[in-house]
Design a binder for this molecule. Sequence first.
Ligand SMILES: *Cc1c(COP(=O)(O)O)cnc(C)c1O
Length: 679
Amino acid sequence: MSNPLHSLFLGPKGENEQLLKELLDSALQTHLHWRRTYHPEDPSPIAAGGSPTPAASAERVELRRHFASLLLQLQRSVPFFSGRYNGHMLSEQTIAGQAGYFAAMLYNPNNVSGEVAPVTTRLEEEVAHLLAEMIGYDPTRCWGHLTSGGTIANFEALWIARNVFYHPVAASLAARSLGVDVSVSLPDGSVAMLGELDLWPLLNIRPDSSLDLWEKLWLAAPRPAVENALRSHSLATLGYQDYNMQLAAEFGDPLPAGVVLAAGTAHYSWAKIVAALGVGSNQLVFVPVEAKCRMDPDALWREIESLTSRRIPIMACVSTCGTTEQGAVDDLQRILEVRARAERELGVTFHIHSDACYGGYAASLTRAPDGSRHTAARLREICGGAHWPTDQWARSIRALESADSVSIDPHKLGYVPYPAGAFLLKDRRGRELVATDPPYLALTTSRENGDAPVIGRFIFEGSKPGASTAATWLSHKTTPLNSAGHGRIIASTMKAARDLYALLGSSDFSPFRVIRVSQPDLNIVCFLLHHPSLDTLSALNALNETIYRELSPNAEMSAPYMITRTRLTSPAYDGAIRPLLSSLGKDGESYQKDIAEGLTVLRATVMNPFSVDANPDYLLGLTDAVRRAAISFLGESFGGRQLVREQANIQREVDVTEAGLFRVSRTGIQVGSDTGEKR
Ligand SMILES: *Cc1c(COP(=O)(O)O)cnc(C)c1O
């Protein structure tokens, strides 16, 4: 196999069947051995050798019948393994992920606690450690665990951020009730006594200073009394309504609603999360994006100034590393700098969370096998790009280490089976603010080699599969999270996406014109097709919706290629939409007035590990399929003589294509024999 990545996956034709079979078989064999050697003296309740009862036989027949039906139905699944699929954020899974999942699934461990998953809870700690190392968190200070996905990881981030944000208020009231006072560091570097602060400075304490208050109170008063006082004044105990009344009584000031800042590109999970946590969707404030769909740091600064002038505190700012729509990587370093400036100049601070659900694994590319960090120049060498990855990209990925929390989905660019998200918290003490003691789980289980973790105490979920932990663990152990391991998959798919981007730019789509959103920061390419006769934005959107319909999974899976589409909404995406429309010249100007409708763009997630340097060339095939899909729109929706004529011409070309005489190449459309060979 020429491409070393090819041995990591089962392969589109099941090329690595033997390896997977061997691994699954040894999982089953060792599992059987485990059962048989557990109290071997116990007799078997299932009579050996005897023939099954008629009822049991009938049940087996039923099982086989329904199983056959299940297997048949599953054949109608979406073929994520194929280079023809460039739709949502999923693709092949590593063989290690599949085998690890299957092996652990036989034991059915529940990673809520070491009591019911002594092995896989430890593996979960190890996985969290590997991910933390990859992004650059200090393993002695941080904490992390796996979740069912990014939504829950993001939820936990805001759950903790919110409780840390209100903690100084609870600490102040607790100190007052205990008759003590302690010092607290303010964001501008000065130190004050907690009892002197009114609500505004209490809601602008850095997360680490907020958490320090705990230990300070323990030193000032007996610990159980401190815990009780803190609990009785916490938002978690009182709920927003009573909390508000208490604050109005104690501070003569009701609680100003804290806001969460996020870019217009933020994943929709944030809308769910602010609603679920009682923060309220009115308090989710969108920061504009710039042309490359990254959060605009200058706009962020202006928003902070404006909120501060209205005395509205900021609970958290969510930055995205790999937006769901375009894979855009926010300039996190600059966002951190904006916060530092706000601390210095305005005395304002907040928690910064990086939603790296999609892009977090890009950090594996930035790590050398010895754990050190590659320079941007070295990254360009590794990726074979003259100008890519940029210094800014490298700096943005590196800045993950300075975010207060990070979410990363192993079930996306980690290439392992669902469900696997991850939540990482820089200062582990924050988890205590959401801890709940489950009455029926031992808080620690005594074991020879230390206590098995009770993950359930600190997380939102309860029961959760140890199997997905095993999958993630085995995959990352086999293919380490550095540039010589997992980073190769990331580099390869980023290259494929850039190839597709270039190909779209150089191909002839006439009578259409292709407009590309921006060079991909990761491996998602967004673009749209335009035709000069489309005089309204809704007609333009309809064209791209048609292309999407032609190129999306249907019941027969007959689409030649599969991509997705998304709507760039206004005003969230105005910073990106307006320049795109302007690039259309005077046509674009007429669309601007309908911008409230939003702009439909086609979206190709180039995650498949076999897309780069593939034979046949899937990127070329996809480009061709897009053009054909657009042509089918001509027949569907246009009147007008010119278009009919164009359509007739094109139809002729397409007919020729079907006869195998026509193809799109990287230098335009060529007529010739389509042997399926590489360009
Ligand atoms: C996918 C995604 C999420 C949500 O993750 P799930 O695993 O689907 O719950 C959150 N944020 C971003 C940026 C994502 O891409």
